[in-house]
Ligand binder design. Structure first.
Ligand SMILES: Nc1ncnc2c1ncn2[C@@H]1O[C@H](COP(=O)(O)OP(=O)(O)OP(=O)(O)O)[C@@H](O)[C@H]1O
Length: 279
């Protein structure tokens, strides 16, 4: 390719350039994963201890070096335990980009892709629930397996319909608490417990229902629909981001965009059927 360049005592070859680019990309990904989470503070704590360790080691303080050295030696293991959610997300992002994922070799029971699922029942149910200030939480499975969370609730495996969704989230229904999980065009389960986000930046105005939606979207690639019981607002949560106060047109467009991997649709597309929009 090109010959190594000498800068002072440094000899830089193309492998070094690739190395620096890859390390920069890796650090950028780590930064993106950690921003806005408590993990960033833990990471900065670790980094501070490591810097102190380097200083005391250089200064020849043996006792302190030994104590901090012991702490650092378990650092990798402690890091894996503390950052398990971030590591999962990182690997999930890599997995999503691989050819294996495109072939959907590892998806839950190799279900057909979601392109053909009609989102109209969800949009209409959300509209109806929002108008009555009835809370709802619906998680749409994508590549990440939600079986674990589905098993925390009551398994249904029922066909999707607006009537069923309204019955589930009706305040007098024994199934209304918790989340509904949708996978492979079916309502797999209701009353499911989702992981609650620990992100300190989540606005205080958002209740536990929203925190559970954010939490699931942080550890999986699911798309989560939330109807707030307090305000009747409809939100879509994905990748830790909350798209709040959506109109039914916006909701339809957002679901199409996130579930069917398409381009964002304008609000005017709301008059079309889900199949038309997905096609
Ligand atoms: N970890 C969780 N997994 C699934 N559902 C949850 C979880 N935590 C809370 N919920 C749902 O949220 C409901 C209570 O949340 P909360 O009282 O904070 O709602 P809210 O005040 O109406 O807020 P929001 O505006 O977010 O709806 C519960 O009844 C339950 O259905």
């Amino acid at each position: 390719m090109f010959n190594p360049v000498n800068i002072g005592f440094l000899r830089i070859g193309w492998i070094d350039v690739v190395d620096v680019v890859l390390v920069t990309a890796l650090f950028y990904q780590i930064y993106k994963l950690l921003t806005g989470s408590v993990a960033l503070r833990i990471f900065l704590g670790f980094l501070s201890v490591y810097l102190v360790y380097l200083v005391v080691k250089a200064a020849g303080m043996e006792l302190l070096t030994m104590i901090l050295g012991q702490f650092m030696s378990v650092g990798v293991l402690a890091g894996i335990i503390l950052f398990q959610q971030e590591i999962r997300r990182f690997l999930l992002n890599i997995g999503k980009a691989t050819a294996f994922e495109r072939m959907r070799m590892f998806s839950w029971r190799r279900e057909p892709p979601q392109q053909k699922m009609s989102i109209t029942p969800f949009v209409e149910a959300a509209k109806s629930l929002a108008s009555k200030n009835t809370g709802a939480l619906i998680a749409f499975q994508q590549a990440s397996d939600l079986k674990f969370y589905a098993e925390s609730g009551d398994l249904l495996d029922a066909a999707v319909s607006k009537r069923l969704l309204l019955s589930i989230f009706n305040k007098t229904s024994p199934l209304h608490d918790g989340a509904v999980i949708v996978s492979g065009h079916r309502i797999k389960a209701a009353r499911c417990i989702l992981p609650v986000s620990e992100n300190p930046d989540v606005p205080a105005a958002l209740g536990l229902r929203h925190r559970a939606a954010i939490g699931l979207s942080e550890v999986t690639d699911s798309v989560v629909l939330v109807v707030s019981e307090e305000t009747g607002q409809i939100s879509i949560v994905h990748g830790g981001e909350v798209h709040r106060n959506l109109s039914t047109a916006d909701l339809r467009a957002k679901l199409n965009e996130l579930l069917f991997d398409g381009q964002p649709k304008t609000a005017s597309s709301s008059t079309r059927t889900a199949e038309e929009v997905a096609a």
